[in-house]
Design a protein around this ligand. Structure first.
Ligand code: AMP
Ligand code: GLY
Length: 425
């Protein structure tokens, strides 16, 4: 294949990072992004198409002779974008609808893990509200209640008491707070430990781990406040020893890919495992069928192998022929959010200071757009991720926080404690 044209689907920080990384490949002729943001302008051609408009995306990919489409968010995957593209003979990086069920149905993922002995929390699933209530009443709190389907990260309730768990059940199953995503629920034992996001490239057979990362979901310092899409992240986790990485690969990622193959749902793309690690013993909290956000912003900068080569090898079932290499550096990313986020917030404020940063600082845009004069304006809850890279997490962290004070927009807030960890812990 000569030089190729790529279409990236999505418009957040993850997708800006994907566009940025793919643009570094000598194999790329041109990149399109749908819809993209102010950060992708200049490295890609932004298209005004929604990530869920599969029909319009497929038509554009055909009309523009796109050689490879890369999917960022989960919703189009769960709605079968990969199937639709493959039927039309279009190359796409991302799992089919049936394979993406590993994320879009927590009950499916749980049954898979139980059937194939993949370590996870003890749990039971229910489609009957009164049976679910009876089961909850017999449990010891804390206890976790999860809606089966996609709920934008809000369908998991950690209940400290039985009344709280019953209230969560009622909201999910009776009031249908998440619509059909709440037709079934999982009631799960509460796990404590350290959380880690782990990722692997897979063509359905070969599994190549990516570096792992930790993200911060609560809005405020000290992990207080409401949950968000992610307020920052760092990679690699200092507690990720080679022995733990081996366990994660051999006991979780490889058996899961094999299980999906054996179930007739061959999984191709990036598999994301949300893990809880207690006493060096990793267990799966959830799987996602895509790259993480904001984990991508701190992992892809460390990838040394050409991302286009990896994606094409995944699609050609040739991942076993490829050596994927990672830098030993560390990255820390801090998200700057709009005032009020994750509750309601205003947009359209100019962002200053973006040209005033140290050369090695990376800024990945999420909710931004260009104004009439080409100025960068806020356009979402999470606005930017500011990423520093260095030999250690501590140095990368120092760089980010030194630079982030130079960036400003009305109402902006960010956490001050991202990657505040003891080295060697
Ligand atoms: P999930 O969408 O399943 O990853 O859940 C969202 C968040 O809820 C996770 O990132 C964890 O912080 C937390 N969580 C989920 N399941 C459990 C569990 N069984 N025990 C403790 N925390 C959990
Ligand atoms: N970082 C959480 C997610 O991407 O789902």
């Amino acid at each position: 294949m000569g030089k190729i044209k790529i279409l990236v689907i999505g418009g957040g920080g993850r997708e800006h990072t994907l566009v940025w990384k793919l643009a570094q490949s000598p194999r790329v002729k041109e990149i399109y992004v749908a819809p993209g943001n102010a950060g992708t302008v200049g490295i890609a051609r932004n298209l005004d198409i929604k990530p869920n408009d599969i029909e319009a995306l497929a038509k554009t990919a055909s009309a523009e002779n796109i050689d490879l489409t890369v999917v960022g968010p989960e919703t189009p995957l769960s709605e079968g974008i990969a199937d639709q593209f493959l039927i039309r003979g279009l190359q796409i990086f991302g799992p089919t609808r049936q394979a993406a069920e590993i994320e879009s149905s927590k009950v499916f993922a749980k049954e898979l893990m139980q059937k194939y002995n993949i370590p996870c929390a003890r749990s039971a699933s229910f489609s009957d509200y009164s049976k679910a209530k009876d089961y909850v009443k017999q449990q010891q709190p804390p206890i976790v209640v999860k809606a089966d389907g996609l709920a934008a990260g809000k369908g998991v309730i950690l209940a400290d008491s039985i009344p709280q768990a019953l209230d969560a059940l009622s909201r999910i199953m009776e009031a249908k707070a998440f619509g059909a995503a709440g037709d079934r629920v999982i009631i799960e034992e509460y796990l404590s430990g350290r959380e880690m996001s782990t990722f692997a490239f897979t063509d359905g057979h070969t599994v190549i781990p990516m570096t792992s990362a930790c993200d911060y979901k609560p809005a405020y310092d000290g992990n207080r406040g409401p949950n968000t899409g992610g307020m920052g992240s760092y990679s690699p986790p200092p507690f990720l020893t080679p022995a733990l990485a081996k366990t994660v690969k051999e006991k979780i990622m490889e058996p899961t890919v094999k299980a999906m193959h054996d179930e007739g749902r061959a999984y191709r793309g990036v598999l994301y495992g949300g893990l809880m690690i207690s006493d060096s013993n990793p267990r799966v909290l959830e799987f996602n069928a895509r790259f993480g956000d904001p984990e991508t912003q701190v992992t892809l900068p460390l990838l040394q192998t050409d991302l286009v080569d990896i994606m094409l090898a995944v699609n050609d079932n040739k991942l076993d022929k490829l050596k994927v290499e990672w830098s030993r550096d560390a990255c820390v990313g801090v998200v700057m959010a709009s005032g009020g986020y994750p509750a309601s917030y205003k947009t359209g404020f100019p962002i200053s200071g973006l040209d005033d940063l140290d050369k090695d600082i990376m800024v990945f845009h999420a909710g931004t757009k260009l104004g009439e004069k080409g100025e960068v304006l806020t356009n979402g809850g999470r606005v930017l991720a500011v990423v520093g890279r260095a030999k250690t997490i501590a140095e990368a962290r120092e760089k980010v926080y030194e630079n982030i004070t130079r960036i400003n927009f009305e109402g902006c807030h960010y956490r001050k404690d991202i990657a505040l960890i003891k080295e060697g812990s």
